[in-house]
Design a protein around this ligand. Structure first.
Ligand SMILES: C[S@@+](CC[C@H](N)C(=O)[O-])C[C@H]1O[C@@H](n2cnc3c(N)ncnc32)[C@H](O)[C@@H]1O
Length: 240
């Protein structure tokens, strides 16, 4: 398949690094403090696919001690600019050999699986991450709901990409982020609920809980579809 990680690009990294939690992104993070309190014991965390460090800084504010990894040098360089004291590492695809097995209470993954193209690569990454979890550790995987690619949102547009409607699991889909200066479409990989369940099973991960955060009318955002359809899914996973 002809697919490359759009985040290995300094213009994209610069635009992404200015994002915090506007609009639709607010819903990706809103419920995480409660979810972590319920499912995670301990404060040793990895931020997998940390990008420019937004998700790491979020974990740090919740009191987690973080080590953060990404395959994009451009994104990690931005993360280090924000947080020169932080531990940010560029890794090769699915190479976790520098980390101790069974050492993390939480592995948080905010969006990288939208950009990891194949079942084989997803399983390779997830199996490696599973091995890094402590016995009672949790992997929290925040991913896009496939419906995000066929609707309009406070922070995203897909109306120019009618082919998204025909996409099957594993196909490339296009989406524009309205809150960044970089309006080039982002290429993601569509991955259905059924495919995620199969991926987790192959990776020896058990689904503990799934959250579908919906927008609420009283929130200070101009929700479009967010009150009816959850743009994101949050999978809480444990070792089998
Ligand atoms: C949409 S960004 C999200 C960044 C950050 N987690 C946040 O929420 O702001 C997705 C990140 O996943 C990274 N990524 C994609 N494939 C990856 C892989 N196989 N291993 C590690 N990181 C990956 C990309 O380079 C990118 O920085």
């Amino acid at each position: 398949m002809d697919f490359s990680n759009v985040y290995e690009d300094s213009k994209r990294a610069d635009a992404y690094s200015k994002l915090e939690f506007p609009g639709t992104y607010y819903l990706a993070f809103r419920d995480l403090p409660t979810i972590f309190s319920k499912h995670v014991t301990g404060k040793v965390a990895m931020d997998f696919g940390c990008g420019s460090g937004r998700s790491t800084r979020f974990l740090q504010k919740l009191g987690f001690h973080t080590v953060s990894v990404d395959i994009s040098e451009e994104m990690v360089a931005k993360a280090r600019e924000f947080d020169p004291e932080g531990d940010y590492r560029v890794i090769e695809e699915a190479d976790f050999s520098q980390f101790e097995i069974g050492s993390f209470d939480l592995i948080f993954s905010a969006f990288p699986f939208d950009n990891i193209p194949t079942m084989g690569q997803k399983v390779m990454n997830l199996s490696g991450l599973r091995d890094l979890l402590k016995e009672e550790g949790r992997l929290v995987n925040l991913v896009s709901n496939p419906e995000i690619y066929t609707h309009e949102w406070a922070s995203f547009s897909t109306k120019d990409f009618p082919k998204n409607r025909d996409a099957k699991s594993g196909d490339v889909v296009l989406i524009i982020q309205m809150d960044t200066a970089d309006k080039r479409p982002v290429e993601d990989i569509l991955w259905t609920h059924e495919s995620y369940m199969e991926t987790y099973q192959k990776s020896q991960l058990k689904v503990v809980d799934i959250y579908n955060p919906l927008g609420k009318n009283e929130e200070p955002y101009e929700w479009i579809n967010e009150t009816k359809i959850a743009p994101w899914l949050i999978h809480v996973l444990s070792r089998i």
